[in-house]
Structure formats: C-alpha cells, structure tokens
Design a protein around this ligand. Sequence first.
Ligand SMILES: Cc1cc2nc3c(=O)[nH]c(=O)nc-3n(C[C@H](O)[C@H](O)[C@H](O)COP(=O)(O)O)c2cc1C
Length: 268
Amino acid sequence: MATTGNPLLDMTDAMTGHAGDEPVPDETFADTALPGFKQAVIARRSIRVFDGEPIPEEVMRDCLRDATLAPTSSNLQPYELHWVRDPKTRERLAEACFGQPAATTAGELVVVMARRDLWRTNLDKVWDLMTEGGKKTFPKPVDDYYHEITPRLRETDALGIGNLMRRITFWWRGRNEPTPRSPVNTGDHRVWAHTQSSLVAMTLMLSLTAHGYDSCPIGGLDKLRVRQVLGLPSQAEVTMVIAAGTRRPEGLYGARLRLPYEDLVKEV
Ligand SMILES: Cc1cc2nc3c(=O)[nH]c(=O)nc-3n(C[C@H](O)[C@H](O)[C@H](O)COP(=O)(O)O)c2cc1C
C-alpha cells in the first residue's frame, strides 16, 4: 500500500472498510433523536440537594455504560469511573468534597478519574481487541500508529531530556509546516487525560438526565484525599465527582444563566 508520509492520512486510508455496526445517522435520524437529545440537554441542571434515594442499579449501570461510549484520544480510554457504593467510603468521599450538600445528599457518587498512567496497559488491550487476540492484522500505517507514534507521544521521561528534545523537534519542524506542539511535558499528559475523562463525565450526566435523574459535577474537593479514599496511585488524578439522584425542589439554586451566545460562540 502506498503511503503519503502523513500518518493521519495513511491511517484513514488503512482503516477504510473496517466500519462498525452502529446505526448511521441519516436524514431521518434527527426526527427520532433530536427531541430527546434537546430535552436532556436543556433539562440537565446542577442540583445541590437530592432526596438521598439510590438510583436503581441497572439504571446506574446503563448510564455508566453510556459514559464509556464517549470518544477518547487514540481510543486509549485513559480514565476510570469509580461508582462508590460502600457507605463508609461514601461518607469519607463526601467529607473530601468539603461536605457539600450535593455530595452528602446524593443517591449515588461517581468519581471520574483521569488515568494518564494507564496509556500503555490500555494501548495493549485496545490492540488486542482490534486484532481479536492477534488473529487479525492491520496495514502497516495502523501498526505504526499504535506501536510507534502513539508510544512516542505518550511516554514521559522523568529527567525531562526527552521532553526537551521533543520541544526542540516540534519547534524546528513547526517553523515551516503544521506540527504537533504537544505533549512536551507532564502537564500536557495531564491535560490530555483530563480532556478524555471530562467528555466521559459529560456523557454520564446527560445519560442520567435522559434516564430521569439529576446530577451535579463537583470540582470543589480535596483531590489528594479523594484519591486516597479510593486507594489509587499518585498519577491517577481526580477530574471531578458526579453526584446523582433525584432532586429536592430547593436543590435547584436558580434559573439557568449563560453569557450571551456571541461571547461564547465565534463564527469565523
Ligand atoms: C468541573 C465542574 C466543577 C463543578 N464544581 C462544583 C462544585 O464543587 N459544587 C457545586 O455546587 N457546583 C459545581 N459545579 C456546577 C456549576 O456551578 C454549574 O454547572 C454552573 O453553575 C452552571 O449551572 P448548570 O449546570 O445548572 O447549568 C461544577 C461544574 C463543573 C463543570
């Protein structure tokens, strides 16, 4: 197969014909999907006081499964959702959320963790799934993408020498042509992982709404304590906690407030 030298173009070429079996949105899709989608997006509000009733297990699992359908960079899925069910752990978690009512009154609590440290493990697992345990082969550009380009981008070196080399290489190359500018340091890797986990968090909240339940994203928390409550390693970072359940009327703090559309959306 002829290659262009641009790994992203070569990947597209190599992956053509490997489609999945999900429904493909067509001109009739919006008729059924749009009303429900709009309702869920508009109905989702941050609720600060819940009635404390748990959400049925199967509903929670369905919402969590929906959340895992969120897209992730290189499909590496560098996150974990910790649905905290043990009462004692929940209590400690709510405390680490500074005792915010959303956490203390929620029916359910889910900690959304960014796991940049899992990139290698997940890459191996994803490759194993793609190749059906090594039975299936992919064209060279796909192999290169997963076994050369992705590891090169995701590896962090403790001394920072590789990071510096990468920064110089990107800068040199970028003078004359579009070039990736990151990752060049641990901060970039952290942003990378939190980007994925945030999309997962949003998908989870929308799914909860679509199932008839409320939620509140909680970022006001002691990240170190939350991590310790879950017994996770230091590279695992809390993105947010999602409190979920059924609202009490006083749990909605006010009307929805947004900046003008023109401030937030630029048509260029
Ligand atoms: C990452 C993130 C962290 C947040 N942290 C908190 C929090 O700690 N406590 C809280 O009451 N609300 C928290 N919120 C909710 C916001 O205050 C809320 O989304 C915003 O006021 C808009 O209201 P709406 O969600 O009802 O549209 C957080 C939201 C996000 C996205």
